[in-house]
Design a protein around this ligand. Structure first.
Ligand code: ADP
Ligand code: MG
Length: 696
């Protein structure tokens, strides 16, 4: 039950004027399903525009308002995903393109009749020899002098939404904000000079106001810390079971290699935790290829030796399958029963797995989130291993934790090289084991930065590579995010490249991107993994975990557009076999200092932790490494810089609220401030944490 006071904020977005069923999908895509989401949909940036009389007055990259007259509409070729363009001219006859991707083209048709002058606001870009405005922010009939206002918020959009629409929704949402009691520690609040919650939201939508932004970021960090601490407290309250293996099964493993020191140390740390009754909550951090699987295998065997079951959760179907195959092979000499459960298991197959889990004949389960479902019951689940943990929320972790009669131990594994200073925010107070040593004999990946203009040579290189019997990846760029439809443009790029490469290499090429149906995607992946296909053209969907040792060349187009963590993870797909591997980072023309430094760093090192730390230095702020591409940003409001600056205080404050739970003034969840903090938890939908609050 949500406190009444917040109810208006939790009303569906449809309760706002002008929001009909047609907008539900685009809103959902942005996570805007409740009014509070809209209120928290802060501007990405603010623009100040200037009105110009003709195109000669403005340069590339400028925000302008200008009167233009459409002269020609250009539809994309039928069946192609290219953009819809309207050519328009200014008073002097200079021509510029107005460009729309995807369904938004429909807007263009209606809004821009040929021969009728319109006021257009947007950012001037270059498209070949021409100037263009991609997805103009405003198209209006009347003189748009007011669009030249000093400062205008720019919101993240999705297909089907426009800036004015979102701005109007935000305006309405802000009128519904209730007055809430202050939850921030009075001393901290006064010292920072922050606005109150409601004022902060109003301010943050109106202007680039650092204090308002900080306050809202702090709220989010505080809510997160509170939730993580509550989970931890709950974990301590629930009893787990001590698992001491006798080593019998582990002794039967016949690994073709000796464990590294880091692996041995991590296994010992895990075994130490498992031997305790308190449920383990440990994060195994190890770069791509560091050998996390065999560590997980050892942990799971300890559970099985102790007579329990273990489950391994993978983020995707492909990875679940791969893990299953790898583990099944390694387990052969041990006689341990292992099964695979994904959403695709149906009918009798599924029934028999469920039976085996219930009667305990299946000792080890690998799967996707299907292993969470209510209908899946274990006889005695002792350990849960979560691979690529950043793809799973804490809530899901808890759902799984509820499966055993006693709380199972949890081992989370991640290859996301998060800097030390940020692990607290991302993972709370988990214990951490780090695989900071790669298995011996790994060859360095020969990484080179090549100008994009040398494309012909690159393609010729790929041809030689394929002719020599090896395989290759070709990763297509993230283009500039165009008002919430980056995927379309990205996919268009991948499809175009695929078509071009296919002309040259024929059936040897396959294409994988996020918009393909899972069966189609899996089929393509399988053709590549089995060696039938030699060249895989992809967007970043291949990022997590794919393992094809014979693929020893990776080409990444417009590498400067990728985050370093992402480049690092992509590159980790090669260099997995005995052959020497190469990674070609193709770069565009004019690079900034930072972009240059970042690519140089990629060339220089393969150490993910170092890349993460230095990227943080180079960029300072921006998105959290490795979260954005995972599709599950840890935080909606707090950015990286705010996390570093504000988190220690927020975390300390959360501890104060939880640990001094004695009703003392200023501390404790039962204090008035604690009551206010409960509202904060609701606001950020940490409901599962709230239930743990006294009386909640
Ligand atoms: P990741 O940490 O990315 O999950 P994997 O567990 O998939 O890494 O291991 C990558 C590869 O390294 C696998 O082929 C695995 O068999 C191999 N490997 C793991 N540990 C060692 C080791 N100590 N010595 C040699 N090879 C190892
Ligand atoms: Mg792995």
């Amino acid at each position: 039950m949500r406190p009444e006071i917040l109810n208006p904020l939790f009303a569906e977005t449809e309760a706002l004027d002008g929001v009909g069923p047609k907008l539900m999908k685009p809103l959902e895509k942005l996570g805007l399903t409740r009014i509070k989401d809209v209120a928290y949909h802060l501007p990405e940036r603010f623009v100040s525009r200037h009105a110009i009389a003709d195109l000669d007055e403005a340069g590339e990259g400028e925000q302008v308002v200008i009167a233009l007259t459409p002269i020609e509409h250009r539809s994309p070729r039928p069946g192609s995903r290219g953009p819809y363009r309207v050519l328009a001219q200014d008073a002097k006859g200079n021509v510029c393109a107005l460009t729309w991707f995807g369904k938004a083209a429909y807007t263009a048709k209606k809004l821009l009749p040929v021969g009728e002058t319109r006021w257009i606001a947007g950012r001037l870009d270059r498209y070949g020899d021409m100037l263009q405005i991609v997805h103009p922010d405003h198209v209006e009939e009347a003189s748009a002098a007011h669009l030249g206002r000093l400062c205008e918020p720019v919101y993240r959009l999705s297909e089907g939404l426009t800036q004015p629409r979102v701005a109007s929704m935000v305006e309405q949402a802000l009128t519904r904000l209730p007055d809430l009691p202050e939850w921030i520690d009075p001393g901290q609040f006064a010292k920072a000079g922050w606005p109150a919650w409601r004022d902060a939201l109003h301010l943050a939508h109106k202007q680039d106001n650092p204090k308002a932004r900080d306050r809202l970021a702090y709220d989010e960090l505080l809510a997160n810390s509170l939730a993580l601490l509550l989970v931890k407290a709950e974990g301590r309250r629930r009893r787990g079971q001590a698992l001491a293996g006798d080593g019998a099964l582990r002794a039967k493993l016949q690994l073709p290699f000796a464990l590294t020191g880091a692996q041995t140390r991590s296994i010992a740390e895990i075994a130490g935790d498992l031997a305790q009754e308190a449920p383990m909550l440990r994060l195994l951090q190890g770069d791509v290829g560091a050998g996390k699987t065999v560590v997980a295998l050892n942990a799971m065997l300890i559970a099985v030796e102790a007579g329990k079951q273990a489950a391994l959760l993978a983020p995707t179907e492909i990875l679940a399958r791969q893990h299953f195959e790898t583990l099944r092979t390694m387990l052969r000499p041990t006689g341990v029963e292992i099964a695979l459960l994904t959403g695709r298991a149906k009918g009798r197959e599924r029934e028999s797995i469920l039976m085996g889990l219930m009667d305990g004949s299946i000792q080890l389960l690998v799967g996707t989130h299907a292993i969470f479902q209510d209908t899946v019951n274990y006889r005695d689940l002792g350990l849960v291993v979560i691979d690529e943990q950043h793809r799973f929320g804490v809530a899901q972790r808890l759902a799984l934790a509820g499966k055993g009669r006693r709380a199972p131990h949890t081992l989370a594994m991640t290859a996301t090289p998060i800097p030390r200073s940020l692990t607290l925010a991302q993972y709370g107070e988990m214990d951490v084991s780090r695989l900071d040593e790669l298995p011996p004999g790994r060859q360095a990946i020969d990484t080179r930065v090549v100008p994009q203009e040398r494309m012909d040579e690159v393609v010729a290189g790929v041809e030689r590579h394929l002719a020599s019997g090896q395989q290759a990846y070709w990763v297509c760029p993230m283009v500039r995010e165009i008002d919430g439809v980056p995927d379309l443009a990205e996919i268009a790029a991948a499809e175009a490249r695929y078509a071009a490469l296919k002309e040259r290499f024929g059936e040897a090429v396959v294409l994988v991107h996020g918009q393909l149906r899972p069966e189609v995607k899996d089929a393509a992946m399988e053709r590549f993994a089995s060696g039938q296909a030699r060249l895989l053209v992809a967007t970043t969907v291949i990022e997590v975990g794919v393992d094809v040792p014979a693929a020893t060349l990776m080409v990444i187009e417009q590498a400067e557009r990728f985050g370093l963590a992402q480049l690092h993870q992509l590159r980790g797909r090669v260099g997995r076999g005995a052959e020497k591997s190469t990674c070609l980072l193709l770069r565009g023309g004019a690079l900034s200092e930072t972009a240059r430094a970042r690519l140089a760093l990629m060339r220089e090192t393969q150490d993910g932790f170092r890349i993460a730390e230095e990227d943080l230095e180079l960029r300072g702020g921006g998105e959290l490494l490795g979260t954005r591409q995972s599709g599950e940003a840890a935080f909606r409001i707090a950015n990286l810089e705010q996390m570093q600056r504000l988190l220690p205080t927020a975390h300390a404050d959360a501890r104060l609220l939880i640990e001094r739970d004695d009703g003392a003034p200023g501390g404790g969840l039962a204090s008035p401030r604690g009551e206010a903090a409960r509202l904060l938890l609701y606001l950020f939908e940490r409901d599962w944490g709230v239930q743990l609050l006294r009386g909640g």
